[in-house]
Structures are given as C-alpha cells and as structure tokens.
Ligand binder design. Structure first.
Ligand code: DP6
Length: 337
C-alpha cells in the first residue's frame, strides 16, 4: 500500500475544499525514552517496535497553511523563505502532494520553530505534525488526533508522537496499511520532571536517521534481539512513569539509548553519531551519578544529549553544565493529554 492510498482512505468522507482562509497548528517536539529504530514498511514509516516519548512542552513548531496563487509552494521558516531546490522544500512539497485538492494547487506554508537549531531536537517530528494539524484546520476536517498521528507518520515516523503533551506511546501495530499504528498519550503527569538539552556539537548530522535505521535493520546481526529489549523497556518505563520512580525511568531510558547506539555500531558500515565531546559529557554524567546525583541521559541520531533529572536537582546540574537548556515538559498551563 502507498501513502496516497492511506490518505485517500482516511479522508474519503472529508472535504477536499478549504473551509477557512488558513489553518494554524502548534505541535511540540518530542524526545523518545524508548526509541523507534527500524521500519517494517519504509513507505508508510511503520515501525518494527512500539516507542514512547516525552513532549517538550512549549518547544516545537507552529505552522500556518493557506492556498497559494502560484505555480509552486512557498515555504518559510521563522520568516525566511526556504530555497525551493533545498532537500527540505522538496520533501515537504512531496508530502503536500498528498493533500492538494488538484495537482495544480499550491500552498503557502509558514513555520515558526522555537527549538534550538542544531540541537537534534527532532524538528522533523514537530514539523510534520504541525503541517498535518494546520491542514486539518484549513480544510476543517476535525479529525481525531489518532488519525492526525497516522497522517503525520507518513511524513516522519516520530511525528506520530508530536500531537500530544506529556508521555506518548506509539503503538507499532500489525496491519499492513498501518491504520493501527498511531500515537496515544498516557494520562500520567509528572510536574517535577525536567529535560535538559545539552548541545555538545551543533553541526548537521552526516547520515539521516532514515537511511541509518534502514541500514541497521538490514545489516546488524543484533537487530533480531531489539524487539525483545524494546518490549521489556517499554513495560518498565510505563511502570516507572506510573509509580513516578525516577531512577527506574532514568536507568531504562539510558539503557535503551545505549542499546540503540550499540545496534548502530554493529551496522555495516558502522554508524557513529557520538563525538569526543559526547563521550566526555557521558563520562561526566556517570561521574556525578556515582557521587549520588540522580542524572541520566538519552541520545538520538546525533552527538547531542538530552538529560533527565528532577526539579530539585536543577541548580546543581546547571552548575555542572552551565549551557544546559532546561525544559519543563508539564509546565504548559492546564495539562491535557
Ligand atoms: C533516533 O522519525 O526521524 O530520533 O521515520 O525516517 O522520518 P523517519 O525517522 P525519524 O527517526 C527518529 C529516530 C530517533 C528515535 C525516535 O525518535 O524514536
């Protein structure tokens, strides 16, 4: 099945004409505590395993979409027009092809992102989620978030988790068309939880996670044990969240990220996102943890780290990492999952 067939299936009973002049939607960025790494269907971004993330509160992307009287899409980020020949523009226009009322209709897409550039904060996740949410507003579909999550996934897998605040689980599902592979939020609220973004290197990653994870699936001799590790970690993380057991949350999150990076190292050719500065930071985290500070990390497809700690230790941790960007995931007014 291809993306177009999935979109047609979801939208068959909905309007093909815009209901409003423009649609606007905010989607938070998300960090996986239990990672998504490997697809069973590369066209529909269907994962081999379920994953679990925490959304980053007010950090994310806000997108406004309107129809454009022109011969091409006009795309801007933070007020700056994006070159139509850039990979970013091409990917987004290709995704928008799925939602044009006619092939000859184009969009104006204006996105404001407030996440630190180069931090590896899954900008494609909140970016695609915000685009899908803005299209929902523009066309007046009013789809449930679970269906928006499926549409977002067609742009980027991790976008399926960017439609909610708080903890979000993306169920891998089994269906070939992916209609059972969507995000859903957990009810739990953990106001004292903090995420710290530690930028150790702001250079663009050399290998996209899309290509890297596919190479891992195809060549790592250890990929066959990944689903088992994932199932156990997911269960442990949900239990830790339910009991607000921070040590269990930190230990499982860190172990899950290290296992994903171990898979990458055993890929052929090997994939290494860490820099010397990444390892130095990990060493520091482990050193302070040994001294009794409850501090853990996770790492995605890049050299930067995201730290996990509690509000009570914020001051001490900022002393160790003065440039840390601290996020309070639940400090977003009335929490509604
Ligand atoms: C390491 O969602 O960017 O951040 O589906 O190919 O767009 P595509 O991949 P993407 O991969 C994210 C990988 C990760 C782990 C995660 O967010 O779960």
């Amino acid at each position: 099945m291809n993306k177009c067939a999935v979109v047609q299936h979801i939208l068959k009973a909905y309007s093909k004409e815009p209901k409003r002049e423009q649609g606007t939607f905010f989607a938070p960025s998300n960090i996986a505590l239990c990672k998504y790494w490997g697809k069973r269907d590369t066209e529909l971004n269907l994962p081999h395993t379920s994953s679990l993330s925490i959304s980053l509160g007010n950090l994310g992307a806000k997108t406004t979409i309107a129809l454009e009287q022109a011969l091409k899409d006009r795309i801007s980020i933070n007020g700056k027009e994006v070159d139509e020949d850039s990979i970013f523009s091409k990917n987004l226009s290709h995704f928008l092809d799925l939602f044009r009322p006619l092939n000859s209709v184009f969009f104006r897409v204006a996105t404001e992102v407030n996440i630190p550039i180069g931090a590896g904060l899954a900008s494609s996740a909140c970016g695609f989620a915000a685009v899908v949410g803005a299209l929902d507003q523009l066309y007046g579909w009013e789809l449930p978030l679970s269906l928006l999550s499926i549409l977002g996934r067609l742009g980027s897998g991790s976008a399926s988790r960017s439609f909610w605040h708080g903890f979000v689980e993306w169920q891998a599902g089994h269906d070939a068309d992916g209609m059972d592979s969507a995000g859903a939020c957990l009810e739990s609220v953990w106001p004292a939880l903090r995420i710290g973004v530690l930028i150790v290197d702001s250079e663009q990653k050399k290998l996209s996670s899309r290509i890297a994870m596919q190479n891992t699936v195809l060549t790592s001799p250890f990929y066959k044990i990944w689903p088992e590790k994932q199932a156990r970690d997911l269960k442990d993380l949900k239990k830790a969240i339910e009991k607000q057991d921070f040590m269990a949350l930190g230990e499982t999150t860190e172990s899950n990220a290290l296992a994903m990076h171990a898979l990458m190292l055993t890929t052929s050719p090997p994939i290494l996102y860490s820099q010397a500065s990444t390892l130095e930071a990990i060493d520091k985290i482990w050193h302070y943890r040994q001294l009794g500070l409850p501090l853990y990390f996770t790492q995605d497809a890049g050299p930067n780290l995201k730290l996990l700690f509690l509000e009570k230790d914020e001051e001490a941790i900022i002393k160790i990492f003065p440039k840390l960007i601290v996020v309070s995931p639940f400090n977003i007014g009335a929490f509604q999952c």
